[in-house]
Design a protein around this ligand. Structure first.
Ligand code: KMH
Ligand code: ZN
Length: 270
């Protein structure tokens, strides 16, 4: 089995400091949180930008500052969001890709997202994929519902996405696919052999699905974007605390944790 890739999803677009006082929001806070997660065993950071008021932004300049500040501290893989917030336009969402990060997310379909709709039309999925391909950015395919796997595989057929594809199953978003073990198994059985995958369980699904992924040979995403608690009713102290728990469980189960360079090799990032 390959070593375990742990992704830390530090901030997201929806969580506020009122919900999680230790949410990293400024570029300095995000860079420091990324470094702490790197030391705890993360090899990828999934980042979202926030403006000076703490509101989600897809600003090129904000992502540039975040990327540079993280890269000054460590060699963790920086993976900007192209999902942004549900109200961002596709043009806004695509901006961080122009920084030519090693990876970026690519959501492959539309779903409900709490009270909102997370819109990803075929036209824009293809535009995002084409731009990532042009700039040599490795997409992580965000899968919120089963059909999004097929949408991604259609991109491969059209030459807009290279196989093997790396999938992230985001399970437990209110309004989209639930985060049960059966749902994860269905996703895992639905991807082509040779693909890589990670799971981001939302809320209370985070740790159980992470444990499944460690055992099954998948990879794990944790962090405040997905879950702000350490246990029921107890807020986590930091993103790094959530990463450290996964690294500890993996060690106990006998699965080694990948360094950023090992993750690059596993994911085919040059
Ligand atoms: N905030 C969600 C609407 C991504 O980062 O690529 C979309 C999202 C996905 O978080
Ligand atoms: Zn995200």
């Amino acid at each position: 089995m390959e070593k375990l890739i742990i992704t830390a999803a530090l901030t997201g677009a929806e969580v506020t400091k009122a919900q999680q006082p230790n949410l990293p929001v400024s570029p300095d806070e995000i860079a420091e949180a990324a470094y702490e997660c790197y030391k705890a065993g993360a090899s990828i950071v999934h980042v979202h930008g926030r403006d000076a008021e703490g509101n989600p932004t897809q600003s090129y300049e904000v992502y540039k500052e975040i990327k540079e500040k993280i890269e000054a501290k460590c060699n963790i893989i920086v993976q900007p969001s192209t999902g942004g917030a549900t109200w961002h336009t596709p043009e806004e969402r695509l901006q961080p890709v122009e920084l030519k990060p090693e990876m970026a997310t690519l959501s492959c379909g539309t779903c409900n997202f709490g009270p909102d709709v997370f819109m990803n039309s075929e036209e824009y999925i293809e535009k995002f994929a084409a731009r990532m391909k042009e700039l040599g950015v490795k997409p992580e395919i965000e899968v919120f519902e089963r059909g999004m796997i097929d949408n991604a595989l259609r991109l491969v057929k059209k030459g807009l996405l290279d196989a093997p594809v790396h999938f992230d199953f985001v399970l437990g978003v209110p309004g989209a696919c639930p985060g049960t073990p059966e749902d994860l198994m269905h996703m895992v059985r639905s991807i082509p052999a040779g693909s890589t995958w990670t799971v981001a369980g939302i809320g209370r699904a985070e740790t159980p699905l992470a444990v499944m992924a460690i055992v099954l040979g998948g990879n794990v995403r944790v962090g405040f974007e997905d879950n702000v608690y350490y246990e029921k009713g107890v807020l986590a102290e930091s993103n790094a605390q959530l990463v450290a728990r996964i690294a500890r469980i993996a060690k106990e189960i006998g699965r080694e944790v990948a360094t950023p360079d090992e993750a690059r090799k596993i994911l085919g990032i040059k």
